[in-house]
Design a protein around this ligand. Structure first.
Ligand code: GRF
Length: 192
């Protein structure tokens, strides 16, 4: 993709459902002059997402959709994204699946971060599964989003060692710290 800096940064929406530490980290990253994205909108499927508080603090536009009627919700989101001239989407702890039709509208422009070394451990409880399986390594992956869960083309991965002392909680903490490095690095990779 073309190199984007300064004024022609790609207008980006971040989709969240929870704490929003990746969202917060992406905001920090987007403020760097040479980064290719600006974050203009945050979308959540729940009012309870803690990350929304941060959006309020820094006065970024936020919208909440309950996803009860997925088709209707996606239609509304697409209208909003168009209106806000959003052309890149980062999923960051977003717990809803997007349909093939939605993804088609943003072909190759929706990416996600997942806390495992994909294709291993798609879905939930990745850290617990890695510990239970006595894996030696774990990690995180940034990948393009397709309609199949955690299955799109991999952009970047970071692998870390699981130590004898690790449990699911400590592993999650270690991996999250790596996610905060990996997500910006993967975005840089896409646009450089
Ligand atoms: C991260 O581990 C991310 O990989 C996963 O959900 C978690 C979200 O964390 N999909 P946060 O909301 O960004 O703090």
């Amino acid at each position: 993709m073309e190199k984007l800096t300064g004024l022609n940064k790609l207008k980006t929406a971040v989709f969240i459902s929870g704490t929003g530490s990746n969202f917060k980290n992406l905001i920090k990253f987007s403020k760097i002059k040479t980064t290719p994205i600006s974050i203009n909108l945050v979308i959540s499927n729940t009012h309870k997402a803690k990350g929304l508080k941060y959006a309020d603090q820094i006065k970024i536009k936020k919208r909440i959709f309950n996803f009860k009627d997925i088709e209707d919700t996606e239609k509304k989101i697409l209208i909003l994204l168009k209106r806000e001239k959003i052309n890149f989407v980062c999923l960051a702890g977003f717990m809803k699946m997007l349909s093939r039709n939605f993804i088609k509208q943003f072909d190759g422009k929706i990416i996600n971060i997942h806390p495992s070394l994909l294709p291993k451990y798609k879905g939930l409880n990745t850290h617990r599964r890695a510990i239970l399986n006595k894996d030696k390594f774990a990690g995180c992956t940034v990948h393009y989003v397709t309609e199949k869960l955690d299955s799109g083309k991999i952009i970047m991965q970071k692998k870390i060692k699981i130590t004898a002392k690790d449990n699911a909680r400590s592993l999650a903490k270690k991996i999250l710290a790596q996610e905060h490095k990996l997500y910006p690095a993967a975005i840089m990779k896409i646009f450089n």
